[in-house]
Design a protein around this ligand. Structure first.
Ligand code: NAG
Ligand code: NAG
Ligand code: NAG
Length: 412
């Protein structure tokens, strides 16, 4: 049998085992410093362990990536306040949605045991979200966290990235989490600036060290070991990472802005939506594609100071495709993390609450990218809502670009 190992602190230990029963064996031996930890002698990868007592009889959830073919009996071993526990059997739950890839996001779940056992040499995984008494929304540090699943390749779309992050901030987002495999040189500097300031949390995601990640979402089309650089795993990881600190989590891509159309910010939007739908923790937001090849004709936001900045200027793209109601993958989500157990990209897989689709005139996604339709205005509608923010947005974007030394200063 294979052992999975977790550390456990004094603090949460008191809830499970009386002090006098704690044995004298000391542990842990080696705690993983990585975001991806391979399990010895298997092809499986562990990502992170979280306390999660929403599922009866199982206390701990380890977000993992498992090879579909390999089945080993699994056990969890805990290091509690410096002492070892007995092992408990692990239940392994592969996520249903895997788009045909051989490696699948998997939850490994275990019960916390009562008695000690013998030491072992494996790498240990820290256990997070141990603050189980936290229930009040008021105690949460953040109102809104945006989870951006994966940054890979030499992506260097600096202007759109900075504009997008500053828009998030104007809308009331407190934290952005990004899983980074790789990116372009300029964008890397931007990431450093936002991380130093504390708005951005960059989680290293060296999935390409362990697997051959697919650049696509469907195995039959793109091949590879795992869907989109492990996007489903990072989205789930981000929900659990945010569970004890953020009221809401927005699950969207780097080039997408979840935009309220009738409220000034996300908090007043959510206050209104939750009043209407009090039992709901999952809000589906419709995607709207703004063509990046159609420019607004007056070019009034073609600003000289941004000339040397690589990337798309979202203020210049105000023509959106007519919605295609036949596309099924057209939603992204705002969720309450504590209401969700497993998620996919466009829908949640397991939840403890209701879901609602939010009408697009209340809230929709501004997604500036290549259009699926032929260029030409007839199939597009003008949407200038982003311009309502320009007076606040432009100086903030300039400020960041100055710091990365991409800003062209005409006073020099
Ligand atoms: C899984 O097993 C099947 C059937 O034995 C085999 O065809 C396939 O190549 C295996 N896939 C991987 C990723 O090992
Ligand atoms: C643990 O690892 C050390 C060196 O890494 C080795 O000497 C020792 O025998 C190992 N102990 C067990 C119980 O495997
Ligand atoms: C969360 O929203 C409330 C109500 O709008 C606001 O008072 C508070 O400052 C916000 N908290 C953070 C961390 O932004």
């Amino acid at each position: 049998p294979l052992l999975l190992l977790f550390t456990f602190s004094d603090f949460s230990m008191q809830n499970y085992i009386p002090r006098h029963e704690w044995p004298t064996v000391t542990c842990p031996f080696l705690v993983s410093q990585q975001t991806i930890t391979p399990i010895d002698d298997t092809r499986h990868l562990l990502v992170s362990g979280y306390m999660d007592q929403r599922v009866k009889g199982l206390d701990v959830r380890i977000i993992s990536i498992f090879n579909k073919n390999a089945t080993h009996p699994m056990h969890c071993l805990f290091c509690c306040a410096g002492s070892l526990s007995t092992s408990t059997p692990a239940s392994v739950f592969p996520h249903r949605e895997n788009f045909g890839f051989p490696y699948v996001t998997t939850d490994v779940m275990c019960q916390i045991p009562q008695y000690p056992t013998k030491p072992s040499n494996h790498t240990w995984l820290p256990l997070r979200n141990r603050n189980k008494h936290l229930s009040d929304q008021e105690q949460l540090k953040f109102n809104f966290t945006v989870c951006i699943s994966n940054l890979f390749g030499d992506y260097d779309n600096v202007l759109q990235f900075v504009q997008t992050l500053e828009m998030y901030r104007l809308l009331g987002v407190d934290r952005v989490v990004i899983y980074k495999t790789s990116c372009g040189r300029n964008l890397d500097r931007v990431l450093q600036i936002y991380s130093q300031e504390g708005f951005l949390e960059v989680v290293p995601w060296p999935i390409d060290k362990y697997l051959n990640p697919s650049p696509g979402w469907l195995f039959s089309r793109s091949g590879g070991d795992v869907h989109y650089f492990g996007q489903m795993t990072t989205l789930n990881e981000c929900i659990y990472r945010s569970m004890e600190r953020s009221c809401y989590v927005l699950l969207n891509d780097m080039d997408e802005i979840i935009m309220p159309y009738q409220h000034n910010n996300l908090m007043s939007l959510m206050d209104a939506l939750q009043t209407q739908h009090p039992e709901t923790g999952v809000f589906l937001i419709e995607n709207q594609i703004f063509s990046k090849t159609i420019f607004e004709p007056s070019r009034r936001f073609h600003l000289p100071q941004w000339e040397r900045v690589p990337g798309v200027n979202i203020l210049e793209h105000i023509y959106k495709e007519k919605p295609n109601r036949r596309i099924s993958h057209r939603y992204k989500m705002i969720i309450q993390p504590r209401m969700v157990e497993q998620t996919s990209v466009h829908r949640v897989i397991k939840t403890f609450s209701n879901k609602v689709k939010v009408p697009v005139d209340i809230c929709g996604i501004i997604h500036v990218r290549d259009s699926y339709q032929e260029p030409g205005y007839k199939d597009f509608r003008m949407d200038k809502h982003l311009w309502d923010f320009q007076e606040l947005l432009i100086p903030r974007v300039d400020e960041v670009l100055k710091k990365v030394e991409l800003y062209k200063d005409y006073d020099d």
